[in-house]
Design a protein around this ligand. Structure first.
Ligand SMILES: *Cc1c(COP(=O)(O)O)cnc(C)c1O
Length: 427
């Protein structure tokens, strides 16, 4: 399998090249050149999660990785459970938050970390990533103590929850964290500027672990298959995905292109609703990012969206039929948290938002799956405030919350960041 740069289709690379370079020429995103549906979907669905994921990922990466190397990467990356829980009659929760950072981003970050370690060369690499909260923890924990790899995480100061910050800013060692005095989009811009600086890329062996890295995207395709495998046979589910950068939705659409039976996909956003407005009007009109209760989705420039369009343009995915997108307000999200709690299900605000978008339009004969992207305790302040009761912390968060934040603070200034990265390299 070749991966093409969707901004410059003449640039074609292998999977390892796409993973190592992160972004292509002109900041273009890499994407598989071909997506053929699997012939025997049922046989695939009959496999266990790890074995099936190995088959899917082997197809996607092609012969650029030896089977035994890839299989080991998948086994080590996907070493934690996922759950499909029935919440009410037709509605199921796909819980993707049982990994080390308690968010679905563990799937992508851990697979990417394993791949990078398996391609390891002599040169030290620097993973530079921007986070609106959960990527930072997933990436930092996936790469923590990996030899030859430094991690630098940028996050918007004061815009991630205290517990999120504790999870990734307290590790030390090869993990450095910088609180940027601006919003997430500014952090993402700094990452892109860094990749545009050829001298910097070379000097520090720059790599991105953002959802723009294709390894993360491919890993996420696997849990859509697992959800379908666990539903009663021949169910064509409606998936609802809480969306920020639109990597998760893209993975669902890739699963569809690979032949996974599904009815449709809902991309649920918060008030940062660039995509729902785009799908309505055909106009791409980002507005300034606003802070919401679902902070991991406070993104008005969703950087995976070109891949969604690529799926339609080059791979024939019928977006019109398959994809809808709705914006949900904070009040509706809180209402959803309360409604789910009343049904005996505690959901974090992101997952509750997806439930709201799902149940608003679910037809009587449809089965719905909403993706639960974070453990509820990660958003304990919002949940306690919404539900007016105390919520217990899981042990991983209990431990992290006692540790000290080790972050550096910095204005959103590329020259300062560059200086920081070059100086780090000397140590
Ligand atoms: C990152 C994140 C999202 C958004 O996922 P995208 O792939 O960026 O659309 C949703 N919920 C949580 C909890 C997240 O951490």
């Amino acid at each position: 399998m070749q991966f093409i740069n969707i901004s410059h289709p003449e640039q074609k690379v292998t999977f390892p090249q796409a993973v190592v370079t992160g972004l292509g020429k002109g900041q273009g995103l890499f994407f598989p050149e071909q997506l053929e549906p699997f012939g025997d979907i049922q046989a695939l669905l009959d496999l266990d999660f790890v074995s099936r994921s190995q088959v899917i990922l082997q197809y996607l990466v092609g012969d650029s990785m030896e089977a035994d190397v890839l299989n080991a990467c998948v086994e080590q990356a996907f070493d934690f459970p996922l759950e499909l829980k029935k919440v009410s009659g037709q509605v199921n929760a796909l819980e993707l938050f049982h990994g080390p950072s308690l968010a679905f981003k563990d799937f992508g970050a851990r697979f990417m970390a394993q791949c990078l370690a398996s391609f390891s060369t002599d040169q030290k690499i620097t993973i530079l990533t921007a986070t609106s909260g959960d990527t930072g923890a997933a990436v930092a924990l996936a790469f923590y103590n990996q030899p030859g790899i430094d991690v630098v995480v940028l996050y918007p100061k004061g815009k991630v929850t205290p517990l999120q910050e504790k999870l990734f800013c307290t590790l030390g060692g090869n993990i450095r964290t910088i609180a940027i005095e601006d919003d997430f989009d500014a952090c993402q811009t700094l990452v892109k500027q860094s990749f545009d600086d050829a001298q910097l890329v070379e000097a520090v062996g720059l790599n991105s672990a953002n959802s723009i890295n294709v390894a993360r995207l491919l890993a996420q395709v696997c849990y859509y298959f697992e959800a379908v495998a666990r539903l009663p046979a021949d169910t064509k589910a409606v998936f609802s995905v809480p969306s920020g950068n639109f990597g998760n939705v893209t993975a669902g659409l890739v699963a569809y292109a690979l032949g996974l039976p599904m009815k449709r996909i809902i991309a649920a956003t918060n008030r940062n609703d660039t995509v729902p407005r785009f799908l309505d009007s055909g106009k791409w009109e980002p507005r300034p990012t606003v802070a919401t209760l679902t902070n991991a989705m406070d993104i008005s420039l969703p950087n995976n969206f070109p891949r969604v369009l690529e799926l339609e343009d080059r791979h024939g995915v019928p977006l019109q039929e398959l994809l809808t997108s709705f914006a949900i307000s904070d009040e509706e999200t809180q209402g959803a948290v309360r409604a789910l709690d009343a049904e005996g299900y505690l959901a974090d605000p992101h997952s509750a938002l997806a439930w709201k978008a799902l149940t608003d339009g679910l037809e009587e004969d449809e089965t719905g799956v909403f993706l639960c992207t974070a453990h509820p305790a990660k958003f304990i302040e919002t949940l306690e405030d919404t539900l007016k009761r105390t919520i217990a912390l899981p042990p991983a968060l209990e431990q992290a919350s006692a540790k000290q934040i080790l972050s550096t603070e910095m204005p959103a200034d590329f020259d300062l960041l560059k200086k920081y990265l070059l100086e780090k390299q000397k140590n």
